[in-house]
Design a protein around this ligand. Structure first.
Ligand code: AMP
Length: 754
């Protein structure tokens, strides 16, 4: 630092002290008393600098103070994972290792739609919605919705900060490839009226904006304005129909929805059109005739349904009763043995009439046991498409089924591109029963239409070998896949698999189908890690399963996967499927470990009966192990339902930090079973101790926060209170209320100090 005396100051010079900074130092204002060293990643080569220059690849924002270090764009985000749910994708990642020295890191999502054959990608366009947003994301997760079904997408997650826009270098991003699943079509948005007469209205419409697959048919619902309780449904494969038999000079309301393999989309908005007024020549009485005929027909059909129902006790062995009479309506193309028949008209156009809401709405489907068919061949052809053998190319053997080899290959259907399939064959020399049982699986599978249920393409029955063709699942069966990839997945990926299985099982239970052999070996997994439930059969399922053992009551049961009531008295229900689902959870979280290891079946039955349960797998989130224990409640009514399991897993996926608490290693007993005591009795010193004892420890905090901090206060809890506290699972409500009840009884006897 030197002292400068300005020229021209002679007399009484006022000495101004200017400090001139050396290279490497700067002074932002000449009035500052001293020089500062250049902040990190900046320099000066000149004397008397008022600021420092940034080093190469480092930048400064205009708003950054000169005393602040120069910064650079962040590195790429890390460990991105995806979860696909139909046409929504959830992405999550870890912040970049290098934030570039700034705190203002945010994320930007670039979306590309890619062609699976050419590999070429294009920008996604405006139809994709990002939750909460596409740019400036502060959190490390995002959800994309309204994607196209069955489409390959690449998402690039880029980390940006305040100086990214000054960086001429390459963008720093991590990319994730996903394929969306099938989804129902979007609603039909535009409907035009065509020819209108006094008794008919012709309509045409455009395919939905997002068909999400091939449209199999449209359903047109219409009714006279303000008469919504009496409506007519027409089905059509074309995008036009004529509704006839209408009243002259009357307004009618129309709604249309499309169906793909993924099910029905939503109905369009209401479109209102009016028939021409009646002319003098055509009397209004005449024009009333068609609608009267319709009403009479409806009446006759309803009467037949009711009479069929009343007489059905002797004519159906399976699934008769009101539920199956509803099925007859939900499946109009079936011929029913119980005295009612289909309302099929034109193969291209089916029409059904509904009155006063007495008949189940279409679209709500119920499983039909193929046993209810006298001729099983008829069942196969009702539910499965016949494929010509020449359309199939068999490539290699991938597995062995009970009835013959399982192969991979390709299927080329007319007007569609060739795609990979799995082909199950029926070996030569089969008996008629074997053929029937083999095709029984197709009759069942063909009734299902869900992204987490293996999809049936069709059957070959008109030539030999007889074959069942399904979608191809690249990673094969889940148990083998997990064993091969031990420890390779994130918890979120494993929960994603479990969510898929639960969603498939929810669909099956909603359809009234009980699987009976749910196990990881019967789940298939594709290259996107989407899990699908497979192995459907009649009695055959259990006969085939090498895990199934004969019970003392006869019949084969896969003991380790089966609920006690199903082993003891063959009570197979969706609740026993939930028990098996708990075992599948355990298999998944332990990467394909054998449940109960090498214990004998007899020992497993005994241990479970005595209240022992499998211990938590290693590194298992406590919330998941708790869900397993819930599935293994002795009382089947206390087990969660599949829809509850799906929502619980969704909640965990949306809030991944809830999976961070792992089951305490010391409470994990590695090769012993854990005691699953029934609702505890005895004195509890605290609310926490009581809730822990009845395995409801997760609610302790909520109880305490809401003033139930003593057993005295807890004694007053009502069911309403529990709901208010967020105890929504019916099983949990029952458990807590039962325990309270038990304690109150004991209190009366002077046993529990409440
Ligand atoms: P299954 O008779 O259904 O148990 O099939 C026997 C084996 O064939 C399975 O364990 C799988 O490894 C394989 N497999 C069956 N179906 C498929 C499919 N759709 N995609 C891929 N592999 C399959």
């Amino acid at each position: 630092e030197r002292v400068l005396v300005p020229r021209g100051w002679k007399k009484k010079p006022v000495v101004l002290l200017f400090t001139v900074c050396r290279p490497g130092f700067f002074k932002a204002s000449p009035h500052s008393p001293s020089c500062s060293k250049c902040p990190p990643h900046s320099y000066t080569l000149d004397e008397a600098s008022t600021s420092c220059l940034c080093e190469e690849h480092y930048f400064r924002r205009e708003s950054d103070p000169p005393t602040m270090a120069c910064t650079r764009p962040p590195s790429a985000p890390r460990s991105a994972i995806s979860n696909v749910n139909e046409t929504s994708v959830f992405l999550e990642w870890i912040p970049p290792a290098d934030t570039g020295g700034r705190k203002d890191v945010s994320y930007y999502i670039a979306c590309k739609k890619c062609n699976s054959h050419s590999g070429l990608c294009e920008a996604c366009g405006g139809h994709v919605r990002y939750l909460p947003q596409q740019t400036g994301l502060k959190n490390t997760s995002v959800m994309m919705v309204d994607l196209l079904a069955h489409t390959n997408y690449t998402f690039e997650i880029e980390a940006v900060n305040g100086v990214s826009d000054q960086n001429p270098g390459a963008r720093q991003f991590v990319s994730v490839n996903v394929t969306t699943n099938q989804a129902a079509p979007s609603p039909v948005s535009s409907v035009k009226k065509g020819k209108i007469t006094k008794n008919s209205i012709s309509l045409s419409w455009q395919e939905p904006d997002r068909p999400n697959g091939i449209i199999l048919e449209y359903e047109i619902k219409y009714f006279e304005k303000d008469q919504e309780t009496s409506y007519t449904i027409i089905k059509s494969k074309e995008t036009m129909i004529t509704a006839d038999g209408l009243k002259p000079g009357s307004a009618y309301v129309f709604q249309i929805r499309a169906r793909t393999a993924a099910g029905y989309g939503g109905f369009s908005r209401r479109f209102e059109f009016e028939t021409s007024p009646v002319s003098v020549a055509a009397s209004s009485d005449q024009s009333q005739i068609p609608i009267i005929v319709v009403s009479v027909t409806v009446g006759v059909i309803l009467l037949a349904v009711v009479i069929g129902f009343l007489l059905s006790g002797s004519c159906c062995d399976h699934g008769c009763g009101w539920a199956s009479s509803l099925r007859a309506v939900a499946y109009p193309s079936l011929t029913w043995r119980c005295g009612y028949s289909k309302a099929k008209q034109d193969p291209e156009e089916e029409k059904m009439h509904f009155h006063n809401g007495h008949i189940k709405l279409p679209g709500v489907r119920t499983y039909i046991d193929p046993h209810t068919y006298e001729d099983p061949n008829q069942a196969v052809h009702e539910f499965a498409k016949e494929i010509e053998a020449s359309c199939i190319t068999i490539e290699r053997v991938i597995g062995a089924g009970e009835f013959g080899e399982v192969c991979s290959g390709r299927l080329k259907l007319q007007g569609k591109r060739e795609f990979p399939v799995a082909i199950k064959t029926l070996k030569v020399g089969y008996t008629e029963k074997q053929r029937r049982d083999f095709l029984g699986e197709a009759s069942i599978m063909g009734q299902f239409d869900h992204p987490n249920i293996i999809h049936l393409e069709g059957v070959v029955t008109k030539s030999k070998p007889v074959m069942i063709v399904t979608e191809y699942m690249e990673n094969g069966s889940l148990d083998t896949f997990l064993k091969k990839n031990d420890g390779q997945f994130t918890v979120i990926q494993l929960v994603g698999m479990l969510r898929g299985i639960a969603s498939g099982m929810k669909y099956l239970s909603d359809m009234g189908y009980v699987h009976r052999d749910l196990a990881a070996r019967n789940i298939l997994i594709n290259s996107n890690l989407v899990c699908k439930v497979s192995d459907f059969g009649l009695s055959r399922v259990l006969e085939d399963d090498p895990e199934a053992a004969y019970t003392t009551r006869g019949g084969k049961i896969p003991i380790r996967w089966t609920a006690p009531e199903a082993i003891a008295f063959r009570k197979f229900t969706s609740a026993s499927d939930v028990w098996s689902y708990g075992i599948v959870m355990w298999e998944v979280m332990s990467y394909g470990e054998r449940p109960y290891w090498e214990m004998t079946n007899q020992d497993v039955i005994k241990a479970v009966e005595e209240g022992y349960r499998l211990p938590s797998p290693m590194d298992c989130p406590a919330a998941l192990y708790q869900l397993m224990l819930d599935c293994w409640q002795k009382d089947r009514n206390s087990r969660p339902k599949f829809d509850e399991i799906v929502s619980m897993l969704d909640k965990l996926i949306r809030n991944p930090s809830s999976l961070k608490t792992l089951v305490n290693a010391s409470s994990r007993v590695s090769n012993l079973l854990v005691e699953h005591s029934p609702v505890g009795s005895g004195a509890y010193r605290s609310v926490g101790e009581w809730l822990e004892a009845i395995k409801m420890g997760r609610y302790t905090e909520i109880f305490m926060e809401n003033g139930y901090s003593s057993m005295d206060a807890v004694a007053q809890v009502t069911l309403e209170d529990l709901r208010r506290l967020g105890v929504t699972l019916v099983g949990h409500q029952k458990k807590i209320m039962n325990s309270l009840q038990e304690m109150k009884v004991q209190l009366v006897n002077g046993m529990v100090p409440l």
